[in-house]
Design a protein around this ligand. Sequence first.
Ligand code: EPU
Length: 295
Amino acid sequence: MVLPRDFCDARRDAQRLAERTSLSVGGSPEFLFEPLSEAEAAETVRACRAYGVPLRVLGGGYNLLVREGELEGAVLATRRLRFQRILPDRVVVGAGVPFPGFVRDAISLCVPVVPGCPGIPGTIGGVIAMNAGGRFGHVGEAVLAVRWIDAAGRLREDTTAPADFDYRSSRFESGVVTGAVFRRDTSLDPAELKELHDTALKHKQASQPLGARSAGCIFKNPDGPHGVQSAGRLIDEAGLKGFQVGGARVSPKHANFIENAGSASADDVLALIRHVRQQVEQRFGVQLELEVRTW
Ligand code: EPU
């Protein structure tokens, strides 16, 4: 694909997305854009639309499995959108700001993020687009508004409603999240917020392989006869903890995580996903659905 030189400061990037994703697998896109501002990001979306270039959005790369080889079209990486504005009753934060750091800063800023947030990797943009979270709540519940570029390339700030968010998805995935507005409540006690934060983080550290090269939970938790079931528990009970295909293995700590245990390729990860699905379906009659996004 050939784009005009004035398309914006597009540069063909030889870098593989393996270097930008936590699973450390995957090939290179034809074009990679790293806008420095929301306006530049909007211009990129409009230009891709005008030239018919498919556009994918890359946040922190923590919930993403990229296949090997060349990826058709453009990738817009939001990691340089790192602004933060602290106002008396709210904080406006850019999509590229790392989420764990924001969750720590939220304590002294008196921003009540949901209790399940500590231990979630990624950037503000990614956790909003995918409504990251866990049993104790989802990020979407904590935001007042989302700043995003819609499919037509318009930059907007929309006040959020519960219907904007679903289990690991949001309507903002149809565009590019550029930032979020969180509520501040200075009547909250930072010491209490810190205690909640530390307790949640300790729980995650004890039950999940937080330091491993993984994409978080690979599968969604499926519905069962008595409510939602843990995919991790099903995979564990199928005896698959530690099971390995090439360099990809089911985490010995939490069975819904696939780790790159060495030099895994995307094909190793995909083969392991197929095996796990097959085993769980055979054993429990449950079809596991992917939570990670695949490119
Ligand atoms: N369990 C096992 N074996 C395992 C893993 C879990 O027996 O290998 C059991 C646990 O002992 C527990 C139950 O399954 O009794 C639930 O486990 P856990 O508390 O770890 O929660 P989960 O349902 O497996 C969900 C989210 C996580 C989130 C945690 C904590 C999904 C797919 N997973 O996991 O989110 O961190 O709750 O709130 O919704 C993610 O989405 O990437 C993710 C990590």
